[in-house]
Design a protein. Sequence first.
Length: 555
Amino acid sequence: MKLNSYTITQGRDRAPARSYLKAIGFTDADLKKPIIGIANTWTETMNCNYNLRELAVKVKEGVRAAGGTPMEFNTIAISDGITMGTEGMKTSLVSREVIADSIELVARGHMFDGIVALVACDKTIPGAAMALLRLNIPGIVLYGGSILPGRHKGHDITVQDVFEAVGANAAGRMSDQELLEIENHACPGAGACGGQFTANTMATVMELIGLSPMGTAAVPQVDPRKNAVCIRCGEVIMDAVKNNRRPRDIVTRKALENAIAGVAATGGSTNAVLHLIAIAREAGVPLAIEDFDRISNRTPILVDLKPGGRFVAVDVDKAGGIPVIAQRLVEGKYVDGSALTCTGRTLAEEASEARETAGQEVIRPLSKPLKPTGGLAILRGSLAPEGCVIKLAGHDKKQHRGPARVFNREEDAMSAVTRGEIRPNDVVIIRYEGPRGGPGMREMLGVTSAIVGVGLSDSVALVTDGRFSGATHGFMVAHVAPEAANGGPMAAVEEGDSISIDVDAREINLEIPPEKIRERLARWQAPAPRYATGVFAKYCALVASASEGAVTSKF
């Protein structure tokens, strides 16, 4: 093996470096082995990533057993759920870039021979994948795992139920005591949010795209079996180093299409659109938002998961795990089984070893899909010339027309919902929340859940240039591009304007004459940036449109 790390560790001139490393316990024998960086997103600020320090110990055990030397380092993580509905939520998407940059920097600086990235909460997963593709040294992504479900009145619940309970309580449909009981029981321990929300969607993506070993993601974070998963990942990375198997060998066009099919088949998060476009750019593979519409339209929804379905994430594990989903998709020819994975085997070879639990109801047979087409659609029209995304899982509604209720920030819309000011048939417009305008493209789970909680989910549409949580469900449209802060048509919408949304036609329109839109935009003045210094100002100067993945690298 030709090892990058020898530049740091070997030869007479590297004696000072070896001296530093010996100070913390590494030996000459350790430093002659492949050095594997363990990129850990552990944090004590949330439950999602809380157990990752313990899991890293087992990954390192696997690396050492397979003949390598692990070196653990940290990067950041932001909790989407905790920051939701506040200014803090603006940091979430920005963190994806910081995570990618920081992993890249440490790996380049220390010249690791391979990387295992331990991830959990939403942006840590794509951020890690982006870094691996930039570095293009052998690397894998290890998902910490889902939280176990909470229990309330004999039913499994997740944090989604807490958000919706807030809306129900505001509408007088739920007592303060019941809200507190749901709050106290929804999240029983460590692990990422417990539905097919963004974290579990992207964990599914990592197995289907080939960057995570098959069968690793669905095991819950607190399950004792996760220790064996971690040890195995240490062995897999060493095999990848020995065989020089690199991320760009794995993340090809067909692998990306396989990942999109996985999102569609599981009713996954709309955030996957942003993240997969960003991942594709780091891999140097062309990918456009239309690809999501095309692939989703040919892929049935096969997995019955919250937020739109019945089951929680750990039920996928009980059913046999993501390998069963992969097996269905291979058998139905919805994915290309010849795609390479990080183990050196093809997706079809990995899927062939799936062990489905008899009688399980979570992953449907090909003959009985939940829906004949997938969970996402891309719309265009006079309100979104560059496109936007709507989530179709969990409801059958296809059209909506109604008056615009215009809000220039999420908090104002939330107040209107909880005060009972939103009426059936309204179209709630939340603008200046895009990548640049927010900045950071906040998720709208507080507002969307409140709409559900007050009983308006079937009669109200919401349209934003921001994002949605994977826990969002209902007739909700996000990622409208161009965003309002860049002078997109969203900036021209006035209170009471008619908005029409037609999923079958793939259209979303502001129903006023085109010349009136042009007149309004000619009078429009861009708002002053909300942040003039620091990380947000830097992000605003660099960030691309949502239709381009909201990336900050120009190439």
